[in-house]
Design a protein around this ligand. Sequence first.
Ligand code: ATP
Ligand code: MG
Length: 268
Amino acid sequence: MNGPRIAICSQKGGVGKTTLALNLGLALSQLGHATTIVELDPQESLAASLLRPNRSMAGLHEVVRGGTTLEDALVHTKVSGLSLLPVGDVDPLEAPDFHTLLSNPEVLGPVLDGLDAEIVLLDCPSGITGATLGALGTSTHALIPVQAEPLSLRSVHLVLEAMARVREHQNPGLSLLGLVLMMFDRDAEASLEVVRSAWRDLDPDVLFETIVPRNPVYLEASLHGVPVGFMAAGIHPEGRRFQMLAGEILDRLAVKEETHAGPVQTLL
Ligand SMILES: Nc1ncnc2c1ncn2[C@@H]1O[C@H](COP(=O)(O)OP(=O)(O)OP(=O)(O)O)[C@@H](O)[C@H]1O
Ligand SMILES: [Mg+2]
């Protein structure tokens, strides 16, 4: 599998990584690009969204431990072209060991090599340690959601610094796909100010034009266990938004296949 492998990661928790992975995965597959979402976070938020609650939870954990095959763990969703590799059944006491195991890209990489999707999205846990480092070590790109809240832009540097180290020591092909502003609240001056400073300070090649607003429909969608696009007959406007973001991402991937981005630390 030589297509784009995109690690969705952030230093901060709760900024919208899983929401981005799920809804972008749906949008990319709706646009005709077979996509697999790989869940790396033992919190199992994605599996909770996409899978029936009583489904057996074999997943990545069992694949890397040799307890099941990739073929058996991979879930083909009802949406044509969209599949999910759930994280599996990770005992909370075992989670630190699992993170350590996944921090080695030589453990995660061969599993991902076995996927035949055109695009692979990696839903990382928060923080730039453990499984996130393994994901960066075996990905072609990193995609960083930034919550439109004060101080959140500052933590982006931590991801960029980690990326620079990973590029130097493990994965020279890793590049920054971009930053997506998430949970923008147009009624909150502080949120507006984050968006203004992102527009002012960030290179337009880095910041995606599509901004995801704060909207209760995201919470409702996660309660119903579906992507936001499924929250209306036809397609919900928020689902359409992710198709626009997917279009931007596909454009960048086409460009970056020819020219890899320069040193990530100079981008902010
Ligand atoms: N645009 C939005 N508007 C309102 N709520 C949102 C929005 N995006 C995400 N949420 C909600 O915010 C919470 C956190 O989102 P999400 O789980 O995607 O973040 P995360 O970065 O994956 O978190 P973690 O670091 O714990 O993995 C979820 O309850 C989600 O439904
Ligand atoms: Mg998450």
